[in-house]
Design a protein around this ligand. Structure first.
Ligand code: FA5
Length: 352
């Protein structure tokens, strides 16, 4: 197109420009077209610049035509750019489209926590011996956690259970509510609700305000057991716990009872499971320099406890025990540190 032009030149330039734009199939070609026609040195720009050299009449008619063509080209450019951009994203969409015929990624499936598995195993073992499973509150009254278990206020034995108290004092300024330190309060609740013969086990969480180490957590589980009837003896307690140990650990593992003191039983014992070195490998089930690991406390229900719930100790006797399922899982699976259970490390948890 010459630098100065007539209206017909401007119009034929418009037709050429539009034809070239229609042929520009990519964003790059469209940009080259923009520079060639509408850029600072573009053909239409040159015409607009040349208008000033025309006679006033020509200036008016050619100027109007050139401005109209400029508008047309700019609008056509915008439409063309939009069309190219959307056809590009359609192509990209096709490339990104999901191929539903490809095999999918397997979704990771969660498993039961090792404590849950152990609790179920323990409940199954006692269930087959005729025990019912019951549950009770984790926030408990002092009355159930201590007083009715023959541990009155000021009793030295309260020190055995470092307690987390709930900050709700009563009108005397005493703190009657606590996080249960043991599942034993469920002995009282059960004997208040049921009449003998009673055979229950109680799985549940306990809390203690104490430092943690490889065998102690500040929050852990216990499984309480209680049997009350006429004529229950210490031999029944031992027989039940031996049978339990045999089912969980097999015939080979040894069991040790020792005298222990709990104010709500008389006599009281604790029970440990052997952690001896294997004669061939020299390894222990739990890699700790201890031959025995304590898993539970137990004993014959104290006559005062029976009286407190309205049962005549001359007629009824009973045994009770409270065991730590994490310790049992540690012995069974060779877990060296109880803190692994609740540190949420999937490398540990996914092994079970
Ligand atoms: C008691 O809590 C008694 N209530 C048990 C009992 C019940 C005795 C019925 C007599 C009759 P003890 O504090 O020893 O006792 O705990 C019992 C078991 O709970 C322990 O043998 C252990 O296996 C587990 N245990 C206790 N403290 C912790 C802790 N901090 N972390 C993990 N497990 C624990």
């Amino acid at each position: 197109m010459p630098e100065t032009a007539s209206v017909s030149h401007v119009e034929s330039a418009r037709d050429t420009a539009l034809a070239e734009l229609a042929a520009a199939g990519t964003a790059e070609q469209t940009e080259a077209w923009r520079i060639a026609w509408l850029g600072r040195r573009g053909q239409l720009t040159q015409v607009l610049r040349g208008i000033r050299d025309l006679s006033p009449d020509e200036r008016r008619s050619v100027g109007a035509a050139a401005n109209q063509v400029k508008n047309i080209l700019e609008q056509s450019l915008a439409q063309h750019q939009h069309a190219i951009a959307s056809s590009k994203s359609e192509a990209e969409d096709r490339a990104d489209a999901i191929d539903v015929t490809l095999p999918g990624w397997p979704a990771p499936i969660g498993g039961l926590h090792p404590t849950t598995q152990m609790l179920r195993e323990i409940c199954d073992a006692f269930g087959s011996m005729g025990f019912d499973v019951v549950e009770g509150p984790e926030v408990e009254w002092d009355r159930y956690n201590f007083e009715m278990l023959n541990i009155p206020r000021g009793h030295a034995a309260r020190d055995m259970w470092a307690t987390l108290w709930v900050d709700e004092p009563d009108e005397d300024g005493d703190y009657p509510m606590l996080m249960r330190t043991q599942t034993s309060p469920m002995q009282i609740r059960t004997m208040q609700e049921r009449k003998p013969p009673i055979r229950v086990i109680v799985p549940g969480k306990c809390y203690r305000y104490e430092a943690t180490d490889a065998t102690h957590e500040w929050h852990f589980y216990q499984v309480e057991g209680l049997a009350v009837d006429r004529g229950i003896t210490f031999a029944d307690l031992k027989g039940t716990l031996y049978e339990f140990a045999r089912r969980i650990f097999g015939e080979e593992r040894q069991v040790r009872f020792r005298c222990d003191y709990f104010p709500f039983v008389e006599p009281g014992v604790d029970m440990s499971i052997s952690n001896f070195k294997d004669p061939e490998t020299g390894k222990r089930p739990i890699n700790r320099d201890e031959d025995w690991i304590e898993i539970l406390g137990a004993g014959m229900v104290h006559p005062k406890v029976l009286e407190g719930v309205g049962l005549d100790p001359q007629i009824y006797t009973g045994f009770a025990f409270g065991m730590g399922p994490e310790r049992i899982a540690m012995l069974k699976y060779g877990i060296e540190d109880i803190r692994l259970f609740y540190s949420n490390d999937l490398r540990f948890l996914s092994q079970f």
